[in-house]
Design a protein. Structure first.
Length: 475
């Protein structure tokens, strides 16, 4: 008997065809890809052509572009009703609107929200269904959800208020033990990130397949750990993962996998396409208003610094009399080609649109914050890798060794062209509560938001061009 698993993950509100970045021998190359109408057509066609197809979403479904953020996730609900999804696991950004709104969103879905590692602090009960069992021509497939375990640590406080999270190791052991009595195949639908998933399956035996999410990895060849097949399908609705699974006598005998590049050659589901157009029509003004321009391709596809975030921090630094500017190392946001940037584009670059703050830190405090950030990115223990990419910055030059022990990675640090001094006080500008969370009580919020600052910067300085030469490098 054969069944097929299709996964999408980390779509982040990329509803339509958009630029996607691919690496070539010449460097980064952009081409058009993605769109939920194309994914929907792919899945519906497959489900018509063959039996036993399951389609799952790996999280970050309700946040990432202006229509979703402005509606607190509700704009996408009519579209999701048409996509034949069989289940999803919430991602860290799905908690952006708080516990009550996430419950409202998931209660209105025609498919279950799955997670065994988040509890309601009021009732102490699971906030979501831990798992479901799908029966396919006599083969039972158990699907367990694991949400991002560090929402309460890395995200703004409102995301996790009223909820508690765990790494899910013990919960997974319990779920696997239960499913061994009920299912032939056990699938983990995860928004933990690839490093954590690989570590988890080394600690928990009995998981057959992991549909991984969160880290935006384009896995082209399955990773096999402890007998478990792990895959992940990029991000931004630009890719899907396609697994054909052979089962005999209740055991998997073969898995064939491919990462499908959803480019513009794919046909669209007309019903979903119309819904996307309807959603976007409410933002015609933002989509037609040119806010500025860029001479540099803007993207977030590099670990240490990236042009999209350099635009943000350069704009922050220009807006306030400061030594340094910082922005969180986010992964989401499709790339943007050189040329005009609309107001809608700015909302896609930084959909959180945080209020800016200024903050004074001693050199020692700054060093500690940078070392802590490097630990969350490069920790030898995957369960300590809580960050996205390296903290984005302007005004700073840093070299570091990623393989060094915790607290000893930075090799050199200069600020505004001068050597770092531990006792000196440095003026910092940043945005929102996600950056420098430890010093929240000392921040001075300035009653101006990121998109206004970036827009003004583009108008005053002209088309953005990122300076050549990296400021943060490994050595």
């Amino acid at each position: 008997m054969k069944f097929t698993l299709i996964q999408q993950n980390d779509t982040h509100g990329c509803l339509e065809l958009h630029n996607e970045l691919y690496w070539s021998t010449e460097g980064p190359v952009l081409k058009k890809a993605g769109g939920l109408a194309r994914i929907s057509r792919y899945v519906k066609t497959l489900k018509k052509e063959q039996e036993n197809v399951l389609f799952f979403d790996g999280g970050d479904l309700f946040h990432g572009t202006l229509p979703l953020v402005a509606s607190k996730g509700e704009a996408i609900l009519p579209l999701l009703e048409k996509m034949d999804i069989d289940g999803f696991v919430p991602g860290n950004w799905d908690y952006a609107y708080g516990k009550k709104q996430l419950r409202n969103l998931t209660d209105r879905l025609p498919f279950p929200a799955l997670s065994c590692n988040v509890k309601d602090e009021d009732t102490k009960a699971n906030f979501f269904i831990p798992y479901v069992i799908k029966e396919l021509n006599g083969v039972k497939v158990g699907v367990v959800g694991l949400t991002y375990p560090y929402v309460d640590i890395t995200m703004p406080p409102d995301f996790s208020k009223g909820l508690s999270f765990s790494t899910g190791v013990e919960e997974m052991r319990q779920c696997v033990a239960e499913l061994k009595e009920k299912a032939d195949v056990i699938v983990l639908l995860s928004h933990m990130g690839l490093p954590l998933d690989a570590q988890l399956v080394s600690l928990v035996s009995g998981i057959d397949i992991v549909l991984s999410g969160h880290s935006h990895d384009r896995v082209t060849k399955p990773i096999v750990r402890n007998g478990t097949c792990i895959v992940q399908a990029g991000s931004s609705s630009s890719f899907i993962g396609h697994l054909d699974v052979e089962v005999q006598n209740g055991k998997i005998t073969d898995i064939q996998y491919r990462l499908v590049d959803i480019d513009e050659q794919f046909g669209e589901d007309e019903e979903v396409k119309e819904l996307v157009e309807e959603i976007l029509s409410a933002y015609t003004t933002e989509r037609e208003t040119v806010a500025g321009g860029t001479k540099t391709v803007l993207h977030r596809m590099t670990l240490e610094e990236a042009p999209m975030d350099k635009l943000i921090t350069d704009a922050y630094l220009a807006a306030f009399e400061s030594d340094l500017a910082f922005s969180h190392g986010w992964r989401y946001g499709p790339p943007m080609d050189a040329g005009p940037l609309t107001l809608y584009d700015l909302h896609t670059i930084i959909p959180t649109n945080p209020e800016l703050f200024t903050l004074e830190l001693t050199g020692e405090e700054l060093w500690d914050a940078l070392e802590n950030n490097l630990e969350t990115v490069h920790s030898a223990d995957p369960f300590e890798q809580k960050g996205g990419y390296v903290l984005r910055s302007s005004g700073l030059k840093m070299t570091y060794k990623p393989y060094n022990p915790k607290g000893h990675r930075i090799q050199s640090l200069t600020i505004v062209g001068e050597d770092w001094q531990p006792a000196k006080r440095y003026r910092v500008v940043g945005g929102g509560s996600q950056t420098f969370k430890k010093h929240e009580d000392r921040k001075q919020y300035r009653n101006i938001h990121a998109i206004d600052v970036i827009g003004s910067f583009l108008q005053e300085k002209g088309p953005y061009e990122m300076k050549k030469g990296a400021d943060v490098v490994t050595v």
